[in-house]
Every structure is written in C-alpha cells, then in structure tokens.
Design a protein around this ligand. Structure first.
Ligand code: DX5
Ligand code: ZN
Length: 233
C-alpha cells in the first residue's frame, strides 16, 4: 500500500499539463538491479512523481544499460506509474513502438542522434507517448531551438551522458534559463545529471520543473528525505 499519493492515479499526460510545481524523477540507473521492483516501490512510496529509465546503446554513449524488457517489467509491477524513457541511442526511431508496447509514457530523444527530431516527435505521438528532446552539455543550443514546439519536455543534460554519479556542470543553467523564456506553459524543462539537494536549488531557480536524480537518491539511505530536499521542501 502506497504511503504517498504522488503516483496513485494514471498520469498518461503528465508532461502535457501546465507546469506548476517541481517534480522529482528518480533515475533507476543507480537502483539495485537485483531488487528493481522493491527499489521502484520505495521511491514511489516516498514521493517520486515519476520513474526515469536511462537507455544506452554502447554507441551514442560508452555504456549499456537497459531496454524495453526492463520497462515492461516495471510496468507490470506498477500499472499507473509514469515511465519516462531517456534514449541515449544513435537511432531512437527504431525503438519507439517497442517502448510504447512496453508501457512507456514519455520518450525522450537526443538532438545529437542520427534521426530527424520532427519525424521522431510525430512517431512518438502516434505511438501514444509524450515526446522529449534532450541536449548534451557541449551542444550549441541553436541546434535544439528550431524543434522546441514539437516536444512536451526539453531535457538539458548537466553531465556528459552515459554514467550516473558525475559532477553537475553549472554552465548548462544558461541553456535552461534561455529555454524557460521560450517555452509554453504546458511544456516542461528537465535537468539530468549531478542533481542533489544543493544543485537542485539553482536548477529550480533557472526554471527546471522536472529534476532527475540517480545517485543522490538511490545511493543515500533515506530516499524520502532526498526526494523532498531535491523538490525543495
Ligand atoms: C546519465 C543519465 C542520468 C543519470 C543521472 O547519462 O541520463 O539520468 O542516471 O545520474 P546522477 O543523478 O547520479 O548524476
Ligand atoms: Zn537520464
């Protein structure tokens, strides 16, 4: 039985709603993979707004992580949790249907991938998911700017994608501030990488409303305390 009502109702359009409060998205990349269901249950019970799944292909980033089978397994245990998939892969267009069938709610692609962002957004929406567009720390914001209107979520990476546990890169806050002046009220800004209760303060001030954290939650003893402090409570 959940102690918290954060994930108690189906939320298929979480990223299409008007932006109003900070959301905390635990990245299961730092969870104990041998106890994944228990780990997800614990963060949900302690106030997580959604679950963030980092998918890596060993090509776009120098690491391998998880695929649709993990998404499906989590969905089978958590019928109403919002599952946010972050695709750090070269050809994200190849996996849209697989993740939609596996129960993903949001599908984020990188602007640096080999596929066309506009076509990806259309395919993601056709598959029944909201769409996110991510940018690496070193990529020129002008590459992302023409595509903003087609995406519900704009993800600014605050570490070099591939691994959890890296230090926050503060220079990306400038990108976030620019984004927050350009987007609609029903679009969302997600920050991902090196977020902890301290770095989360500047992220929220720069306009981020979806804060991803892996190690600052799953590598700490008190998940509830970490989630609340990242949210700014
Ligand atoms: C990194 C992933 C992140 C990562 C964050 O490539 O996209 O979601 O899990 O890990 P922390 O919060 O430990 O920096
Ligand atoms: Zn991520």
């Amino acid at each position: 039985m959940s102690m918290d009502t954060a994930i108690s109702e189906p939320t298929p359009a979480l990223f299409s709603q008007i932006r109003h409060k900070p959301m905390v998205a635990p990245s299961i990349l730092s969870a104990d993979f041998g106890m994944m269901a228990e780990e997800c249950r614990s963060v949900i019970d302690h106030g997580a707004d959604l679950l963030h799944l980092d998918v890596m292909d060993g090509h776009f980033v120098p690491n391998l992580s998880m695929g649709p089978a993990m998404c499906q397994a989590i969905r089978s245990h958590f019928p109403v949790a919002f599952l946010d998939v972050h695709m750090m892969v070269t050809n994200p267009g190849d996996y849209i249907d697989s993740f939609a069938k596996a129960g993903a709610n949001n599908y984020t692609v990188h602007v640096e991938c080999d596929d066309d962002p506009r076509e990806l957004a259309e395919a993601i929406h056709s598959a029944g998911m909201s769409a996110g567009l991510a940018i690496k720390p070193e990529t020129d914001f002008e590459k992302m700017k023409p595509h903003l209107e087609h995406f519900q979520l704009l993800l600014v990476m605050s570490v070099h994608p591939g691994f959890s546990g890296q230090a926050f890169i503060p220079e990306v806050l400038e990108t976030t501030s620019r984004l927050s002046e350009l987007i609609r009220d029903d679009q969302h800004i997600q920050m991902d990488g090196g977020i902890n209760p301290e770095t989360a303060v500047s992220c929220r001030e720069a306009g981020c409303d979806v804060l991803v954290a892996a190690s600052a939650i799953f590598k700490k003893p008190d998940y509830g305390d970490s989630i609340a402090r990242i949210r700014g409570q």
